[in-house]
Design a protein around this ligand. Structure first.
Ligand code: SF4
Length: 628
């Protein structure tokens, strides 16, 4: 792990376990904003909740993202709100047509809107409700029905898009686009005010505002994981501060940490909220709400940026959590039965940071001020046991960025010894040290069903450039050992790492093709030059020239050119070629990873041709035209 200690004076604090100051409880509402696929709770809220409740505070957890999708696929949204917006949208297009001729897309939109009758929307509502029932009941395990439900969600969100156009609402995949740039603060501010495209304004009115009126929290904390969530978050911040000016609004999460250098320079954006928690949040958030509750100054709280009459301030203190002192996540209050799955999946995190921490393209370490840490195995086992009993579920997602091999070994053994009887999935690096059959037998017996691997490349040369410290031999052996015990191998990679040649990229494809029986699904893309990665911090070493557009003030990655290897555009073309020509067995009808995990768990096998568009016997991959 590359740890930078230049992030402030490092202090280690244990969150207080009990006793609100002055006997006053602070009431906190924690919000998870859209857009995220609602298959399981996101861990940030339960991780904070357990600490705040242990200290005696009152916490309301609000998964607005989940509630939003539940609402989208309901009569109230489709037959009331959508129909109400049809004449407004037609009127907008009429006005536009007086100024200029409508584009083909706009004319198509006009026609489609004319078809949104009450009868059509009633029909769509019935389908949407049926799709929700399918994903929440055992019908989910009939692949045809599940595929129908997923397609229905997409059809419904396409229809919703008609009344918010030019915005495009899309789920799944999670590609909602408000037609503004999320990496330009002035565009984010414009998007907030745009009642035509900004569906989150309606989400606020229908979901968040009534909850605030009922609960009257002192503090609202919003957790931003993906940069795209900035639109919904900033919309909520703005409307909360307008309508409930006495509530302290704070934002936190990975994206906020990555934007920490920019936020003080965008005062118009910072004016929408009161403070921002960066890095790990538990201790900072607890101290923040206690200070707000007691009316104290916020100076001296670690990991905090805040605004007062004199400006925006950044704490010079950083803190990292003591893992042993952190309680198990607390999901109480989240409507677990409403997630879009038939069997509830709970996320659980045993580690912070990455034990390897050296991959040159990765900025995971940026979320932390201290290096890799883990809970002790006894604590992990007890917490899993407790969560399983309390929330009556066997399904766990271990959300660690990369499960450390030593802990993987201990965990699988202890889960077997304790007869925990769970099923689980996690994220891994290909490790030479996990090449004995015994550990994979334990993985099987302990309930491991699905592994996400950071494969990145099948070219030894590129793996070295990335400092991935693995070999194709180790990758192949790991895949085989896991596949042989029935684990689903999901392999993630990308093209265009600086210095990667076309031959390297083809070697990467060929490796997967040659091992297609061991690789059950893939997730590929192209290299992004993220601003906090080692490559971006040391571009000369990689022959990279970044182009930083000063107007794109919230950009978290940059366009770049390379001295050697594939350019951005060439990498994109190689990726498209791979998409077109790869082994067809990797194209899944049911591509949501949590869904595949549940299927593997249910049917006890990684041979699930029902999930594939073209099962293997129908056609093998054809990469013959690719770099042969
Ligand atoms: S890519 Fe994965 S293994 Fe590599 S440093 Fe990042 S989190 Fe760790």
């Amino acid at each position: 792990m590359k740890v930078e200690y230049g992030k402030g004076e490092l202090i280690q604090l244990n969150p207080r376990q009990a006793g609100a100051p002055n006997g006053r409880k602070t009431k906190v509402m924690l919000v998870f904003p859209p857009d995220w696929y609602p298959s399981e709770p996101y861990l940030s809220l339960p991780s904070l909740t357990c600490v705040l409740r242990a200290a005696g505070h009152d916490v309301v957890q609000k998964d607005v993202n989940l509630e939003m999708y539940d609402w989208y696929f309901s009569e109230d949204f489709l037959c009331r709100l959508v129909l109400k917006r049809v004449p407004q949208q037609l009127d907008r297009l009429r006005k536009l047509s007086r100024l200029r001729s409508l584009t083909e897309a706009e004319q198509g939109l006009q026609l489609a809107l004319a078809g949104l009758t009450r009868g059509r929307m009633a029909e769509l509502t019935e389908k949407a409700e049926r799709a929700k029932r399918i994903v929440r009941t055992p019908e989910f395990y009939q692949a045809d029905k599940l595929e129908w439900a997923i397609n229905t969600f997409r059809q419904v969100t396409d229809t919703i898009s008609l009344v918010y156009a030019p915005a495009r609402i899309c789920m799944p995949p999670m590609e909602t686009d408000l037609s503004y740039k999320v990496f330009v603060s002035s565009e984010v501010l414009d998007a907030i005010e745009d009642t035509q495209v900004n569906v989150y304004r309606d989400v606020f009115e229908h979901i968040l505002k009534p909850a605030i009126v009922t609960e009257r929290p002192d503090v609202i904390g919003i957790s931003i994981v993906l940069q795209q969530q900035i639109f919904s978050t900033m919309t909520f911040c703005k409307l909360i501060k307008e309508q409930f000016p006495n509530i302290h609004v704070t934002i936190g999460g990975n994206t906020v940490t990555r934007l920490r250098d920019v936020l003080p320079k965008t005062p118009n954006l910072f004016a929408l909220f009161d403070s921002a928690v960066i890095y790990e949040g538990e201790t900072a958030f607890l101290q923040l709400i206690e200070a707000v509750g007691a009316g104290r100054d916020l100076a001296g709280i670690p990991n905090l940026m805040y605004r007062d009459a004199s400006g925006i301030h950044t704490s010079s203190l950083s803190c990292a959590e003591d893992m042993a002192a952190l309680p198990a996540p607390d999901f109480d209050g989240l409507p677990l039965e409403k997630y879009f799955v038939p069997d509830r999946i709970l996320p659980y995190l045993a580690t912070r940071g990455c034990y390897w921490g050296r991959c040159e393209f990765c900025d995971h370490g940026e979320g932390y001020t201290a290096g890799y840490r883990t809970k002790k195995i006894d604590q992990i086992i007890e917490e899993i046991r407790g969560l399983k009993a309390k929330y009556r579920t066997r399904y766990f997602h271990f959300t660690d960025e990369s499960y450390p091999p030593a802990l993987f070994r201990k965990l699988t053994r202890r889960l077997v010894e304790t007869n925990m009887d769970i099923v689980w999935t996690t994220h891994m690096r290909f490790e030479k040290s996990l090449s004995d059959e015994a550990v994979w037998q334990d993985a099987r017996t302990s309930g491991c069903k699905f592994l996400h691997y950071g494969y990145e490349s099948g070219s030894e040369r590129v793996l070295k450039l990335m400092d991935k410290a693995t070999t194709t031999e180790a990758i192949q052996r790991s895949l085989k050992l896991a596949a042989d015990v029935g684990i689903w191998n999901h392999v993630m990679g990308f093209f265009g790492f600086p210095g990667e040649t076309r031959e390297d990229a083809y070697a990467s494809m060929r490796f997967l093709e040659e091992n297609k029986d061991l690789v059950h699904s893939i997730g590929f893309g192209t290299f992004d030059l993220s601003k906090h990665t080692p490559v971006a911090k040391n571009p000369e070493k990689f022959g990279v020239t970044p182009y930083i557009n000063p107007e794109w003030d919230l950009a978290l990655d940059y366009y770049f050119t390379v001295k050697d290897g594939l350019s951005v555009e060439e990498a994109e073309r190689v990726f498209e070629e791979f998409e077109r020509n790869h082994y067809p067995g990797w194209d899944l009808k049911i591509f949501i990873r949590e869904y595949v995990f549940l299927y593997v768990a249910r049917f006890g096998t990684n041979k699930l041709p029902a999930l594939q568009f073209r099962p293997p016997e129908v056609g093998a991959g054809d990469l013959s035209g690719v770099g042969a």
